[in-house]
Design a binder for this molecule. Structure first.
Ligand code: UD1
Length: 416
């Protein structure tokens, strides 16, 4: 267990280089279970979710070596029984279901845990597998999926779920015939997985559009692949510059991937210089309030909603941020209130009356992005704050305190 001590009101500046995307790296690791041989992934972030997923893969029979952002995976034979404790600790583990079903014809996966941000059913994943010929049983705390050989299907999602799109895409790579996913999620990470699967020998097209088509092949090999930059990490540091009234450069980012955020902060008054792989941001003398709804890509990412709300406490006027993706992603607002934020939650809408003078206090992070929002709030507050629950932050941000220190922030990790 660890906590951060944050001394607020220090203006951040400088350059920060963004790591590979958590939500891509985790899925590329899982996709390797479909193949055979040696894989090398570059730009893999050193975060605990990646280490947890490495544990899941090892338990399934893969050899995993990981150091300095480079992961080598060797896959030969694979098991179908997932380690319950690891899967429960990280929702993304449910993504092993598609590859295991495709490869082995069965999978036993514990009902997953993960961030405490709302109900997160799996009906879209499971209905897709069923359309491809799988039977799904619930045995206690486990989902058991069986399908001697999956077949292609024309599947229309009721909602563009990221995880379901990836799971069905992976399952379909070795199914008999053609699978079409309609109303598929369009996140950049899905394009990354398509490219990786195709390098392994799969035939996937359409990722990035609402219709993805997969033609099954008998088997897949291996691939080397660089993970795309993490758009949520990029957005978090961009917001960190702004919340301290600072200016700085985000390096190794695909600006198009953070376009929804750039539009919002630009409307709030931030000055932006967008280059091919970097974005420089300069704070305005006065931030303006914002009105934003989250949504599936290319909408505003729900994973930046808490951090944007933290920024809105420093903006002049009434901001409204509506959470349309998850039903309970508001837990952190009561912690921001402890800092002095004027926030009210009405159904799915968060109303922030800014600007608020924040005062350092003791805070507890309840999930990953909430933790990031609390650190941002603490950076803007007068005096010292303590942010507990840093293990949540470590799931998705590599050494956040060191990156903030390098930008001039006063953030210290205390191991408890
Ligand atoms: C992924 C990301 C997460 C991000 C989210 C939305 C990973 C590891 N996680 O999560 O960081 O916040 O996308 O961009 O990549 N839903 C159902 N039934 C289903 C599946 C989803 O009702 O079968 C609902 C969920 O409860 C939620 C919404 O759909 O309300 C979005 O979920 P989904 O897109 O599936 O998110 P994840 O893949 O879990």
């Amino acid at each position: 267990m660890a906590k951060f001590l944050v001394e607020g009101r220090r203006t951040l500046g400088g350059k920060v280089r963004i790591n590979g995307a958590k939500n891509s790296a985790l899925k590329l690791m899982v996709a390797a279970l479909l193949g055979q041989g040696k894989f090398t992934l570059e730009n893999v972030p050193e975060i605990t979710d990646v280490k947890t997923m490495a544990g899941v893969l090892r338990a399934l029979g893969a050899d995993v070596r990981f150091s300095s952002g480079r992961m080598e995976l060797t896959v030969s034979s694979v098991e179908g029984q997932t380690p319950e404790a690891l899967v429960k600790s990280m929702r993304a583990s449910v993504q092993v279901m598609g590859p295991l079903l495709a490869r082995l014809g069965w999978a036993r996966v514990a009902k997953p845990g993960g961030c405490n941000i709302g109900s997160r059913p799996l009906d879209i994943h499971l209905a897709g597998f069923e359309q491809m010929g799988a039977s799904i049983d619930v045995e206690g705390d486990m989902f058991v999926a069986r399908a001697p050989r999956l077949h292609g299907a024309d599947i229309t999602f009721r909602y563009p779920s990221v995880g379901a799109t990836e799971n069905i895409m992976m399952a379909a790579t070795m199914a008999k015939g053609r699978t079409v996913i309609r109303n598929a999620a369009r996140e950049p990470e899905i394009i990354d997985i398509q490219e990786f699967l195709n390098r392994m020998g799969a035939r996937v097209k359409g990722a990035g559009t609402p219709v993805i088509t997969i033609d099954g092949v008998p088997e897949l090999g291996s691939a080397d692949y660089p993970v795309i930059p993490d758009r949520i990490e990029a957005g978090t540091y961009l917001l960190a510059f702004l919340i301290t009234g600072g200016s700085g450069t985000i390096e190794n980012v695909v600006p198009e991937h953070i376009a929804p955020l750039l539009q919002v902060v630009s409307a709030m008054g931030a000055e932006l210089d967008v280059q091919e792989n970097s974005v420089r941001v300069v704070s305005p003398s006065r931030l303006k309030a914002c009105q934003v709804s989250t949504g599936p890509y290319p909408g505003f990412p729900t994973d930046l909603q808490p951090q944007l709300v933290a920024l809105a406490t420093q903006a002049w006027g009434s901001s409204i941020v509506v959470e349309e993706v998850f039903d309970r992603r508001f837990g952190y607002t009561s912690e921001l209130q402890k800092l002095g934020a004027q926030i009210e939650v009405r159904k799915r809408a968060i109303i922030i009356d800014g600007p608020n003078e924040l005062q350092g206090v003791k805070l507890a992070a309840g999930d990953l992005r909430a933790g990031a929002a609390l650190v941002l709030g603490a950076l803007a507050a007068e005096g010292e704050s303590v942010v507990q629950g840093v293990e949540h932050i470590d799931r998705g941000y590599e050494a956040m305190e060191l990156r903030l220190q390098s930008l001039g922030g006063h953030v210290v990790r205390i191991e408890e």
